[in-house]
Design a protein around this ligand. Structure first.
Ligand code: GLU
Length: 478
């Protein structure tokens, strides 16, 4: 029988969801969907010092916004809870005891100062700074003495001799010499589990089949494999994807713009476009159309397809993908997504059907939802300020003629409909002898107060006869 795929995303709640971590979550979700498995959310909140109480809820909100809902997690529950590490202390203690009893772990009484000293001494001798296994062979008597001094031990894992092989789905076979791993801490002196230990216990008990995470965790993997073996668990399969980098190959930091998913949301990117972009970034999706929906991404995704080289984040490409999604959307859909971005406009008396048509008219001109507000004034009543380019279009030879002709033509119509546009244009050409930019630039300037924007044939029916005539008259007065 084929095993049921179970994958997890395990964020540490230290701040907002980073776009790079969102990519990890996204790969996990795609993999789960592809194999009809489960996607689990686990909160790794054992680092009290870096813990931000608001971060957990914010991360969950952003994951859901992106379409990365989980099957099991802190709020949804599941058969393998708790899904918060801070609520699993007893479980870790129990497994640490097992290692201790099996002599696969030992208490270490070295103080932070002693450990720092050890490292400095080694460095001074030109050696690799490391833990020298000082407490590995303490006798019962030595342990009692240290306890009497009031020292609180951490727990260290006995790293065996030899080498550990990581068979990675993306990177292939990697061999790590165990003597470079040193006896690492699995439980801190205050009783909190260290990351490697907690992750292994949880991944094993939560029956995770595939660990998909960033390449920065690859050095942890041999330690984790040794822990699986010592605890008598079967390790999952591993896939470490390369990290996302800024265009110059540096870490993606604030310097290059937004780093959090929330910031992209605020900039007017659509969740499906962010997901689509993450899918295109760094392989994983086989060739073909680039503007794709979830079903298509799932179909074309494979872990093996992920590139081994870093994925360069390209904001221009993200904008292009977002534009592609906007263009494929109905006016109603855009309106639903655009609401938060246009709430400063007086829209309470405006008909939603009409507003959806406005969205449809402007969608070819924008790349993000925030940009919609630049074009909204064209359609709404009220004075607008004429931009410089539009002003000079109105000062051109023939401009007044064009505007007057339009006035006459529109006056003769009962209603201005989109399908009548070719006829209107033909009539204007006949009356003025103007064509192309000479004809349209002054009309656009008079009607929209700007030199560029949505197509006139889309704008006219939305303005309606009365507003069109008012604006043309206003332009002629100026
Ligand atoms: N809490 C770890 C992190 O956010 C999880 C790493 C893992 O996936 O094992 O980096």
């Amino acid at each position: 029988m084929k095993e049921r795929v179970r994958v997890r995303f395990a964020p540490s709640p230290t701040g907002l969801l980073h776009i790079g971590n969102a990519r990890t979550a996204f790969y996990n979700k795609l993999f789960a969907l592809k194999h009809k498995g489960s996607f689990i959310l686990r909160i790794e909140d054992t680092d009290v010092a870096r813990h931000d109480p608001a971060a957990e809820a914010a991360i969950m909100e952003d994951l859901r916004w992106l379409g990365l809902a989980w099957d099991e997690g802190p709020d949804t529950g599941g058969d393998h809870g708790s899904y918060r590490q801070s609520e699993r202390t007893e479980i870790y203690q129990e497994h640490a005891q097992r290692l201790l009893q099996g002599k696969k772990a030992y208490p270490c009484y070295c103080t932070p100062e002693e450990l720092t000293q050890m490292r400095e001494d080694l460095l001074a001798k030109g050696e690799r700074p490391r833990y020298l296994g000082t407490c590995r062979g303490l006798s019962a008597q030595q342990v009692r003495e240290r306890e009497k001094e009031g020292r609180r031990p951490s727990l260290r894992f006995v790293v065996p001799e030899g080498a550990t092989v990581v068979q990675d789905i993306i990177h292939g076979k990697k061999v790590f010499a165990n003597n470079l791993l040193e006896d690492f801490v699995i439980v801190r002196s205050d009783g909190r589990p260290a990351y490697n230990f907690a992750a292994v216990v949880d991944d094993a008990l939560m029956a995770i089949t595939h660990v998909i995470r960033g390449e920065d965790h690859l050095p942890n993997t041999p330690r984790q494999i040794l822990l699986y073996e010592a605890l008598g668990f079967t390790p999952p399969r591993f896939a470490h994807h390369p990290l996302m980098v800024a265009p110059e190959g540096e870490r993606l930091s604030k310097r290059y713009g937004a780093t959090s998913v929330r910031a992209y949301r605020a900039e007017g990117f659509l969740p499906q476009a962010v997901a689509n972009y993450l899918a295109l970034l760094g392989g994983g999706i086989s060739g073909g159309e680039e503007i794709i929906i979830w079903e298509e991404m799932v179909k074309r995704f494979s872990l093996e397809g992920i590139a081994r080289s870093p994925a360069t984040f390209d904001i221009g490409k993200l904008r292009w993908v977002n534009r592609g999604h906007l263009r494929a959307m109905s006016g109603e859909d855009i309106l639903r997504n655009a609401r938060p971005f246009i709430q400063d406009f007086p829209l309470d008396k405006v008909d939603d059907r009409w507003l959806a048509q406005v969205m449809d008219a402007v969608k070819e001109n924008v790349e993000t939802l925030v940009e919609i507000k630049e074009y909204l004034p064209i359609f709404l009543p009220g004075e607008f300020s004429v931009d410089d380019e539009a002003r000079s279009a109105l000062a051109e030879d023939g401009a007044v003629e064009a505007v007057k002709a339009m006035e006459a033509v529109v006056k003769g119509l009962k209603e201005v409909k989109e399908q009548d546009f070719p006829q209107i244009v033909a009539e204007l050409k006949k009356r003025t002898g103007l064509k192309g930019k000479k004809l349209f630039a002054p009309l656009r300037a008079a009607l929209t107060s700007r030199a560029e924007g949505p197509e006139l044939k889309n704008i006219l029916p939305l303005l309606g006869k009365q507003v069109i005539l008012e604006r043309l008259a206003q332009a002629l007065k100026k």
